[in-house]
Design a binder for this molecule. Sequence first.
Ligand code: PFF
Length: 464
Amino acid sequence: MAKERAQWTGRLGFVLAAAGSAIGLGNLWKFPYITYENNGGAFVLVYLGAIALVGVPIMVAEIVLGRRSQKNAVGAFRVLAQGKAGGQLWRGVGFLGVMTGFVILSYYSVIAGWTIRYILMAVSGELGGLAHHPADLQAFFGEFLSNPYQQILFHSLFMGATIGIVYFGVGRGIERAAKLLMPVLLTILAMLVIYSFWTPGFGEAMRFLFRPNFSELSASGVLEALGHSFFTLSLGMGAMLTYGSYMRKRDSIPRAALTICALDTIIAISACIIMFSIIFSFDFEVTKSSTILFTTLPVVFFQLPGGAFVSALFYVLVAFAALTSTISLLEVVSSYAIDELGWPRRRATLTMGAAILAFGTLSAVSMGGNAALSNINFIGRPSTAGVFGTLDYLASNWFLPVGGLLIALFTGWILSRDETREELEEGNGPLGWKFSLWRFLIRVAAPAAVGAIIVSVILGAEYQ
Ligand code: PFF
């Protein structure tokens, strides 16, 4: 008899693990800097719209596919597409997802590794010394990025932690880690938001974020907001599908999806409030917005009372957020090997983890460590230079939106109305008009919006 599929122990286990997947570097590192580049207000509003109209319905769809099929990303399409239009071709969507998980984890873990270095420096006092001389900190950061040994070391440490948790499986590994890390993360974040309330820049930060001025938003900003909503919610590659496959039938999918999306959004906005309050408290010029987290924030942290403590806390927060995301990325790949290739979990996690670690070293040395790997640029834009830039571009602008579009089309047009309705009402009760609204969004609104991103990327709109 087949072994019974592992399950989360309860509703909270699933919500925390899935929110842990969603909340990560996308919220704490990427969202603040793209918000800054797109001038706040109007961009934030469009982002909120994208989460509500595209993110929530696709999140629901992914969880439906996972829980209905009780399978990994490839297996879900194998089972659900049987006898339907397109048949086994749909498995390609699952393969795309597994490959995307492999690729994203390989470079995501490199950036996540930087947080380990920063925690160590905050605790040892080294960061305080550097932060008092911004030019020294910039120089340090540049050297750190181009030091191949250090990049590989911290990337390996982060991958090691990720593999170590996924190795123990759904309940004893992933759920336990989420239940430990997520409350700490939320507490640290709440403390920092309260702290930022007392900084002189708080008022300006709130105006920047919540006073929309549409003349400052470009068309590419709209697309960037849409594209980012996939990355930040871990959508388009089967992460939510895989986690959904461990969800109990008696829990409600719509309620869980709304909670996860709300938590992810609150964290992204809180990260902006914290960072902009601190930055606007000083007459500080942000030169390169993509490194705000590592070169700007330490400088300002140490001009405020308790800088050493606050900065250490902050980097622990970022590390924990990244860890619950890397866990979910590895789980997508591992669960594929477990279900489809029949490997035992331990072998699946160790083998796939090692392969991703090895592949990630290419990204690790492409920040200046190795000239050839740092300079290759197939796409030809400044932001797509190097192995790292290329992979991030491909994953965020192509793989996730294409995966998300196909997931929306499959759930909306290939699965029957009754099938999806039954799965959504299981554990929730009758949904009435809310089901019709979701079905409209997943069949029409989400594909149209995502299709627009893809077309504009094809047409070469500056979208990054
Ligand atoms: N959602 C994560 C973040 O915002 O950092 C990144 C991510 C995790 C993307 C897992 C995709 C995924 F499957």
